[in-house]
Design a protein around this ligand. Structure first.
Ligand SMILES: Nc1ncnc2c1ncn2[C@@H]1O[C@H](COP(=O)(O)OP(=O)(O)OP(=O)(O)O)[C@@H](O)[C@H]1O
Ligand SMILES: [Mg+2]
Length: 257
């Protein structure tokens, strides 16, 4: 594996839950230092695809390789799984912070327990990333004392403490009040500018247009259209994508009126 090998490669990837086929044999790749936005209607399989990328779901068919680790089989060795979990960070819509731990304790837990760092090293690391997301002064606060935007920035800092090579984001701003969305997108934009490989499921079309290199539009478990973000979003080729974008635009206009 070298730098030109894609960070994520999937070929004819299928995922079914019982008799429901959610991903219908899709293929693609994410290159290193690339930011890929995944868009598409509710239920089309965006979260499922993202969850396959860090083995929260096992695939039902096809092939999947993430950071050189073959995830095509349902019997991944524990050692490889641990490797994957340190190399791939994931940020969810609902933050998933531990409510009974302070911000600092949330951040140092995995570096101490998974990476085997000392408490002192972990605190230093946590301080660095809290500073990066602009929340150094919140180290001793509890999650319930933070706004949604602050919680999500803590969740991002917590992921970064593992020094991941790939970051997956599943609608990181959709649980936030509109006025808090910007601060989270700004942190993500900075990460992208620093060269992080990112896959972002999002409904934020402006973010996708400005920050993503490529957009994948999914519909009913397939990739219906993909290409450079600017082209796909300003000049959609398929009727399905045109309809999806104009529906989003209408919803956005209604919510801001
Ligand atoms: N663990 C599961 N068991 C059974 N069905 C599931 C499971 N997870 C997802 N599904 C189904 O798979 C389909 C795709 O779900 P998924 O969460 O990937 O969609 P999505 O594109 O992320 O939608 P949204 O935009 O609403 O988040 C849905 O029909 C969903 O009900
Ligand atoms: Mg989803």
């Amino acid at each position: 594996m070298n730098n030109s090998t894609p960070a994520i490669i999937f070929e004819n990837l299928e995922k079914s839950f019982g008799c429901l086929q959610v991903l219908k044999g899709i293929s693609g790749e994410v290159y290193r230092q690339e930011v890929v936005a995944i868009i598409g209607p509710s239920g089309c399989g965006k979260s499922t695809l993202l969850r396959c990328f860090n083995y929260l779901e096992t695939i039902s068919g096809g092939r999947l390789t993430v950071n050189g680790i073959d995830l095509s089989h349902p019997d991944l060795e524990r050692k490889k799984l641990r490797q994957l979990r340190t190399q791939v960070g994931m940020v969810f819509q609902q933050f998933n912070l531990f409510p009974h731990l302070t911000v600092l304790e949330n951040l140092i837990l995995a570096p101490c327990q998974v990476l085997g760092k000392t408490r002192k090293e972990s605190i230093q690391l946590a301080g660095f990333y809290l500073e990066k997301v602009g929340l150094f002064d919140k180290a001793s606060a509890y999650p319930q004392q933070l706004s949604g935007g602050q919680k999500q920035r803590v969740a991002i800092a917590r992921s970064l403490c593992m020094n991941p090579q790939i970051m997956l984001f599943d609608e990181p701003t959709s649980a936030l009040d509109p006025e808090l969305v910007g601060e989270v997108l700004q942190v993500m934009q900075q990460l992208a500018a620093e060269g992080m490989t990112m896959v972002v499921v999002t409904h934020e079309m402006q973010f996708a247009r400005e920050v993503a290199n490529r957009v994948i539009f999914m519909d009913k478990g397939t990739i219906a259209e993909q290409g450079p973000a600017h082209e796909v979003l300003t000049n959609p080729q398929s009727d399905r994508l045109r309809a999806f974008l104009s529906r989003l635009q209408r919803e956005w206009q209604t919510s801001t009126n």
